[in-house]
Each structure stands twice: as structure tokens, then as C-alpha cells.
Design a protein. Structure first.
Length: 381
């Protein structure tokens, strides 16, 4: 009489096993479906990111003027540029008035030889073969612009700002072995604005020479702010000196700086032409030329960095293996979203002739370097 019961129990167990198998199959299916959804979502996300990156790069080439600042304050538009290049307006910069001052030297009193460039008779108007939106290439010996592309349009200088920072500092520092202690205000400012740094720490006491190299080679905001506070007591007071220097160079109508670091601010602007004048004025200063021409520099030993900090000039390291007609080229790079990749450089050939090149709003840092190398290669034969 108990057999039917045993059969019922066996049947129940078989049903339970079948149910568990079905549940396990459903769980596996759900896991596989979830994995497929995750993979599809990941592929879609990567695809979207790649497309946005490609669009950003292409947009820089297709719409090169997207970064230009416009408004009533922009004095040098296309018509003004054309007039200047044709010589119907006074040249930008200041004319050389001291005939006894040799080219490439200070004219006395800390004031550089007054500078200007004129359009060469066969000046090249650059096109799409140069990716940067704003370009100037000048020969400092003949005082001629050899190539140009929106060179008089207002643009964002980014860290090329530090060319003027270095020049103003060099004209006011008397003792490069003097020291300065990095403050919390400096480190906080740099952190808040997501700036590149030389690597000096809070309360670290460093030499002014180290600050100078730190500002240029790795484009350190900490070093730039240190120079500003050492020279003038504050960044705001130092910026006043920078704008006074722009006026002295004859650039105050087309350039205006609001910080010594290069972060984007609405009233912080220049032109490719003006930046070329600033670069030439800087390399006429012995200390500035030495710093800009340095590939690698190690800072002095401190408590925080007993072996010093090795600083690299990223412009030099990126261009040194490119073809530039055998001319050693040195410079200062820059980047913020509003400026694109930019750089100001100089190179001196075997005959002692120096060239200045400024480019801005390139799609990336390598295209920017490629533009510089191409210009030196083609225009310095």
C-alpha cells in the first residue's frame, strides 16, 4: 500500500530537479543577456567618445576661427590686417629710433630695441596645409613677415603668456640666487585652476633661478606665481607690470593680460603678431634666452626635494627630432580649451639669423609642433 506514496515522492523529486534546472537555465540566460547589454553599452560609449574626439579635431580644422574673440574691443580685423601689411598704417610695435643700438641688444635702461615687422614682398598667405588658425613667421634680421595667417586677429595666448612673465621677471630680478617660499595661496590657485606645475610644494623654499626655469620648461603655474609675488608682491601688481611692458613694446592696443599664468579670462588676449614681438623682446634678454634654450634643468636641493626636480622643456623635446633645416628651435607651448594648442618659438641658423614663429588654435599638440617644423623647413632655405 505504500508503493504509490513512494512513486509520488519520486515524482515530486523529479519535478523539483526539473524546476531547479529550469531556474538555473533562466538565471544563465539572464546573466548572458546582462553581459550582452553591458558589452553593447560599452561599445556604444567608446564609439560616442571616439566620434566626439574626431569631431573636436575636425571642427578645429573645418572652423578654424571658432576660438576667435569677437566684439567691439577687437580692433584688428581683416581690413586692419590688410592695411597694415600694405603699409598704409603705422606698423605695430615700436620703430627703431636709436640708430646706434645694435640689433638684438638692449637699447639701454632695460628697454629692448623697439620692434616691428613689415610684410615681405613675397609674404606667403598660409592655407589649410598649416593646421593652426593664427600664424606668423618672421625674420628678425630683415624685419619681415615671411608667412602669415590671421596674424592680427585677437586670440587667447594660454601659457604663451609666460613669455611675457619671464621677460618682466628678468628685468626686475637682481639676484637669481635669492630665495622664495611657496605659499598655500600659490598651491591653491594652481589647484583650483587645474594648472600645470613645476612640482614645488607648499612651504618649499626655492631659488628665483629655479622659479624662472620652472615657469618656462614645464610651464609651471606655481613657479610663475612665485616670480610674480617675489617681484611685485602679488599677481595683480605683477600683471600691471606686464601691461606696462606691453605699452612699452607698442602692443597695448591689441594685447592685454589679466594673469601671469595663461588661464583663460575674457580680457586676457593677444595676437600672433604681438606674441612674436614679445618673444623677440624676451630672447634679447640674456637670462630669458638662456632659459628658453634649455632642454633639461635640475632645480636646487631642498628639504622637500633633496635631489632637486628635473624639469623638461616639452617644446624642445617634441620638435628636436623634426626636420627644421638644421636650425635648433626653442620655444614655449600653451593650451587651454579656448586657445587650442599653441606655441611661440625662435630658431637661429648657422649665419646667426634668427626667426620667430607663433601659431595658435591647432587641433592638438603634435599638429602644433608639425606646423612649426614645416614653417622652419620651408621658409629658412
Amino acid at each position: 500500500m505504500e508503493k504509490p506514496f513512494e512513486e509520488d515522492e519520486d515524482e515530486r523529486r523529479r519535478r523539483m530537479r526539473r524546476m531547479r534546472r529550469r531556474q538555473e537555465i533562466r538565471r544563465r540566460r539572464r546573466r548572458r543577456a546582462l553581459i550582452r547589454r553591458i558589452v553593447k553599452t560599452g561599445i556604444l560609449a567608446v564609439t560616442v567618445i571616439l566620434l566626439l574626439f574626431i569631431i573636436k579635431i575636425l571642427w578645429g580644422k573645418i572652423n578654424p576661427n571658432k576660438m576667435a574673440l569677437v566684439g567691439s574691443g577687437q580692433r584688428f580685423n581683416k581690413e586692419a590686417e590688410r592695411a597694415i601689411l600694405l603699409g598704409s598704417q603705422p606698423a605695430l610695435g615700436l620703430e627703431v629710433t636709436n640708430g646706434d643700438a645694435p640689433e638684438g641688444t638692449d637699447s639701454g635702461g632695460g628697454i629692448q630695441q623697439q620692434l616691428k615687422y613689415e610684410a615681405a614682398e613675397n609674404m606667403r598667405q598660409l592655407g589649410e596645409d598649416i593646421t593652426s588658425s593664427y600664424v606668423i613667421f618672421a625674420d628678425t634680421q630683415s624685419r619681415e613677415i615671411l608667412a602669415s595667417k590671421d596674424a592680427f586677429s585677437r586670440m587667447v595666448p594660454a601659457s604663451m603668456t609666460k613669455v611675457l612673465t619671464a621677460l618682466v621677471a628678468a628685468e626686475h630680478v637682481e639676484n637669481w640666487d635669492d630665495t622664495f617660499t611657496i605659499t598655500i595661496d600659490i598651491t591653491d590657485y594652481s589647484f583650483q585652476h587645474k594648472c600645470s606645475n613645476a612640482g614645488f610644494g607648499r612651504d618649499e623654499t626655492v631659488t628665483i633661478r629655479d622659479l624662472m626655469y620652472g615657469a618656462i620648461l614645464p610651464s609651471g603655474a606655481d613657479a610663475s606665481l612665485g616670480l610674480a609675488v617675489y617681484v611685485a608682491g602679488s599677481q595683480e601688481a605683477f600683471v600691471e607690470l606686464m601691461n606696462e611692458k606691453l605699452e612699452e613694446l607698442g602692443l597695448s592696443e591689441t594685447s592685454h593680460f589679466t594673469n601671469c599664468v595663461g588661464i583663460y579670462e575674457e580680457n586676457h588676449y593677444t595676437t600672433a603678431y604681438d606674441m612674436a614681438v614679445m618673444m623677440e623682446a624676451a630672447i634679447q634678454n640674456e637670462m630669458c634666452r638662456e632659459v628658453f634654450s634649455t632642454r633639461i634643468y635640475t632645480t636646487s636641493s631642498t628639504e622637500q626635494h633633496p635631489e632637486g626636480i628635473e624639469l623638461s622643456n616639452w617644446f624642445v623635446r617634441r620638435i628636436e627630432d623634426k626636420e627644421t633645416n638644421g636650425i635648433p628651435v626653442y620655444g614655449k607651448t600653451g593650451y587651454v580649451d579656448e586657445s587650442g594648442s599653441c606655441a611661440a618659438s625662435f630658431g637661429t641658423d648657422a649665419d646667426g639669423k634668427t626667426y620667430i614663429c607663433v601659431t595658435a588654435n591647432s587641433g592638438n599638440k603634435w599638429w602644433c609642433i608639425k606646423d612649426h617644423a614645416k614653417l622652419y623647413q620651408e621658409l629658412t632655405s
